[in-house]
Design a protein around this ligand. Structure first.
Ligand code: NDP
Length: 449
C-alpha cells in the first residue's frame, strides 16, 4: 500500500486532495488485497489510480465588456470498466487537477455501489459563475463544449452537474453539444424536465443522503423525527437535504455559503426553505440575506483565521456536511462530538479530513462516507440515461421509489462488506471494499487493457 502512495506522491507531488482520497481507499481495502494476492500480481492498484485519460483544454470566451477571458477546462476519464464514464462538471475557481482527480477516483467506487452500469469521471473548469451574467455563463458553456463535445457521448462519457453547474449550465452545454453533433441524445444528465430530464434528479442527492441517514438510524431503532440537524452549504444538495429532513420530522438549524452561515434556532421550515431556494436558484443571492427576512436567525461571517467552523459548534443530533471537500477539520469533529452529534452523513464529497473521520470512528457514531451517502444523485442520473435510451419518462413516485431502494441497497452492501472483513458498522470500510471489489473484478475479467 505504502509503495502505491509513494508512487502517486512522487509522480504528482502537488495533488494533495487526490493523495488523500487514494490513501483512504487503500487503507480500507488492505484486507481485500491480503485475501486476494492476484490483485497485486495484476497490479490493480497501479492501474486504478491512473486515469484512463485526462483532457485539458483552453476555454476562451468574451465577457459583457467585450474583453476576452481565458479559463482552463478539464475532463478526467478515470475508469470505464463497468460502464461509460459518468460524473459531474464543477465550475469553481478552486478547480485543478488534484481536486478533479480525487472526485473522479471517488466517483468510480460510488458509481459501482449504485449497481448501475456507470464508470467514473469528473471534469470542470476554474471558471467562477458567481457574479457573471446569464449571457457570460452561456458564452463560457458554449466555448467549453466546443472542445469537450469530441470526447463525450451517450455511450462514452456522460457528464452532469456539480458545484457551480446546475440546470442553467447544463442547458447551455447541451444546446451546444446538440448543435455540434446534430443529434439529440442523453449525453448529459441533470437536463430540464421539458427536454429529457428525469423527475427527482434535482432532489436525488439530498433526498438520497437523508434516506441513507434514515437507514443508519433504523439500525438503532431510531428515526429522524425530532432530531436537530446541522446542514452546511445552501446549494442543490443542501436544499433537498433540508426538504427531506423536514418531511421526516427533523429540524434543520443551519445553512451556509462560502461567505458565512445562518443559525435559526426555531428551525428552517418549508416556507423558509422556499425562500432559500428562490434566493439561491433564481436571485443568486447570498445566505446572509436570510436574516433580512427572518430576523430570529443569526448570521456569522466566515472567518478563515479561526481554527474551526462555528457552524459545527451547535447542539445537535445529526450533521449533514453538504458544501465542499475538507469542510470538517479535526477541531470541528471534536466540537460535533462535544455537542452530542451521533450521526454524520456526508452529502458533499470528502467533506471530512482523515483526522475527523478517525474521531467519528473512535466515538462509534453513525458515519456515512460521501461515496455511499451521496450516491443518490448519480443513481438517478443513471435512471435518466435509461429513460433517455427508451425515450420514456417515469413518474416522480417511480423514480423516488427506485432511489429509495438503491440507497437502501447501498446501505446494506456497506454493512455486509464491512462485516465480511471484520469491521462491523464501519460504513467507510464497507463502501470502499464493496466498490473496489466490484471494479477490480471487472478489470480482471476484461484483461490488460
Ligand atoms: P452547489 O453549487 O449547488 O452548492 C454548493 C454550496 O457549497 C454553495 O452553498 C457554496 O457556497 C458552498 N461552497 C462551495 N465551495 C465552497 C467552499 N470552498 N467553501 C465554503 N462553501 C462552499 O453544489 P452542489 O450542492 O451540487 O454540491 C455540493 C457538494 O455535493 C459538492 O461536494 C459536490 O461535489 C457534492 N455532490 C453533488 C452532487 C449533485 O448531484 N449536485 C452529487 C454528489 C455529490 P457559494 O455559493 O458561496 O460558493
Amino acid at each position: 500500500m505504502t509503495d502505491i502512495l509513494k508512487l502517486i506522491k512522487d509522480k504528482d507531488p502537488g495533488e494533495k486532495e487526490f493523495h488523500q482520497a487514494v490513501e483512504e481507499v487503500l487503507e480500507s481495502v488492505q484486507p481485500v488485497l491480503d485475501r486476494n494476492p492476484q490483485y497485486r500480481k495484476e497490479a490493480v492498484l497501479e492501474r486504478i489510480v491512473e486515469p484512463e485519460r485526462i483532457i485539458i483544454f483552453r476555454v476562451p470566451w468574451m465577457d459583457d465588456q467585450g474583453q476576452v477571458q481565458v479559463n482552463r477546462g478539464f475532463r478526467i476519464q478515470m475508469n470505464s470498466t463497468i460502464g461509460p464514464y459518468k460524473g459531474g462538471l464543477r465550475f469553481h475557481p478552486s478547480v485543478n487537477l488534484s481536486i478533479l482527480k480525487f472526485l473522479a477516483f471517488e466517483q468510480v467506487f460510488k458509481n459501482a455501489l449504485t449497481t448501475l452500469a456507470m464508470g467514473g469521471g469528473k471534469g470542470g473548469s476554474d471558471f467562477d459563475p458567481k457574479g457573471k451574467s446569464d449571457n457570460e455563463v452561456m458564452r463560457f458553456c458554449q466555448s467549453f463544449m466546443v472542445e469537450l463535445f469530441r470526447h463525450i457521448g451517450p455511450n462514452t462519457d456522460v457528464p452532469a452537474g456539480d458545484i457551480g453547474v446546475g440546470a442553467r449550465e447544463i442547458g447551455y452545454l447541451f444546446g451546444m453539444y446538440k448543435k455540434l453533433h446534430n443529434e439529440f441524445t442523453g449525453v448529459l444528465t441533470g437536463k430540464s424536465l421539458g427536454w429529457g430530464g428525469s423527475l427527482i434528479r434535482p432532489e436525488a442527492t439530498g433526498y438520497g443522503s437523508v434516506y441513507f441517514a434514515a437507514e443508519m438510524l433504523a439500525t438503532q431503532n431510531e428515526t429522524l423525527e425530532g432530531k436537530t440537524c446541522l446542514v452546511s452549504g445552501s446549494g442543490n444538495v443542501s436544499q433537498y437535504t433540508v426538504e427531506k429532513i423536514i418531511e421526516l420530522g427533523g429540524k434543520v438549524v443551519t445553512l451556509s455559503d462560502s461567505s458565512g452561515y445562518i443559525y435559526d434556532e426555531e428551525g428552517i421550515d418549508a416556507d423558509k426553505l422556499t425562500f432559500v431556494k428562490r434566493l439561491k436558484n433564481i436571485k443568486r443571492g447570498r445566505i446572509r440575506e436570510y436574516i433580512d427576512k427572518y430576523s430570529e436567525a443569526v448570521y456569522t461571517e466566515a472567518d478563515t483565521s479561526l481554527d474551526h467552523n462555528p457552524l459545527w459548534n451547535h447542539k445537535a443530533d445529526c450533521a449533514f456536511p453538504s458544501a465542499t471537500e475538507n469542510e470538517i477539520n479535526e477541531k470541528d469533529s471534536m466540537n460535533l462530538m462535544k455537542n452530542g452529534v451521533k450521526l454524520v452523513c456526508e452529502g458533499a464529497n470528502m467533506p471530512s479530513v482523515p483526522e475527523a473521520i478517525n474521531i467519528f470512528l473512535d466515538n462509534k457514531i453513525l458515519y456515512a462516507p460521501g461515496k455511499a451517502s451521496n450516491a443518490g444523485g448519480v443513481a438517478v442520473s443513471g435512471l435518466e440515461m435509461a429513460q433517455n435510451s427508451m425515450r420514456l419518462s417515469w413518474p416522480a413516485e417511480e423514480v423516488d421509489q427506485r432511489l429509495k431502494m438503491i440507497m437502501k441497497n447501498i446501505h446494506q452492501t456497506c454493512l455486509d462488506a464491512a462485516t465480511e472483513y471484520g469491521k462491523p458498522g464501519n460504513y467507510m470500510a464497507g463502501a470502499n471494499i464493496a466498490g473496489f471489489t466490484k471494479v477490480v473484478n471487472a478489470m480482471l475479467d476484461q484483461g490488460l487493457v
